[in-house]
Design a protein around this ligand. Sequence first.
Ligand code: COA
Length: 145
Amino acid sequence: MNVKISLFPVTAILGLRHRILRPGLPAFTAEFPGDADPDTLHFAATIDQEIVSCLSLYTSAWEKSGAWQLRGMATDTAFQRQGLGRRLLDYAVAEAVVIQPSWPIWCNARISAIDFYRKANWTVESVEFEIEGVGSHVRMLWSRP
Ligand SMILES: CC(C)(COP(=O)(O)OP(=O)(O)OC[C@H]1O[C@@H](n2cnc3c(N)ncnc32)[C@H](O)[C@@H]1OP(=O)(O)O)[C@@H](O)C(=O)NCCC(=O)NCCS
C-alpha cells in the first residue's frame, strides 16, 4: 500500500469524517468548532490520492493550560484494522509535539475506540459520559512513551 500522510485543508476530510463519524446525519454535523481556525491541524492518510483516514488537532486547554484536542479520528470502513489510523495518529502526535512541546494531547474517545487509543499510549482520565447524538465517551490523554 502506497500510504502518504500530510496536512490537508478541512474541506478535503469532511466527506470521510461525515461518512464514518456522523452517518445518516446532515453533513453540517461533521463540521466542528475551530475547523477553520488557522492553528487547527487537519491530517489525513491517502492511498492513491484517496483520503482513507483523518484526524484533526485543535488548540485547547487541559487543566487550564494550553493543550491539543484530538477530534474527528476516522478510518474508512474498507481500510480499518490495517494500521492506517495508528500511523496517522503517531504522525500527528509527533508533529504536534514539535509545534508545542509542552502541550498535553487529549480527546473524548468513543467507548468502542478506547483500546485503539490505549495501544497508542493514551490513558483513560474520566468516567464515562454521554455526548448527545454520538454516544458514550471517556476523556483520554496521550503520554510520552
Ligand atoms: C477507531 C479507528 C479510528 C481505528 O482506526 P484503524 O485504522 O482501524 O486502526 P489501526 O488499524 O491503525 O489499529 C491500530 C491498533 O488498534 C487496534 N484497534 C483499532 N480499532 C480498534 C477498536 N475499535 N477496538 C480495539 N482495538 C482497535 C488494531 O487492532 C491495532 O492493534 P495492533 O497494533 O495490536 O494490531 C477506526 O476503527 C474508526 O474510524 N472507527 C469508527 C470511528 C471511531 O470510532 N473513531 C474514533 C472516535 S473517538
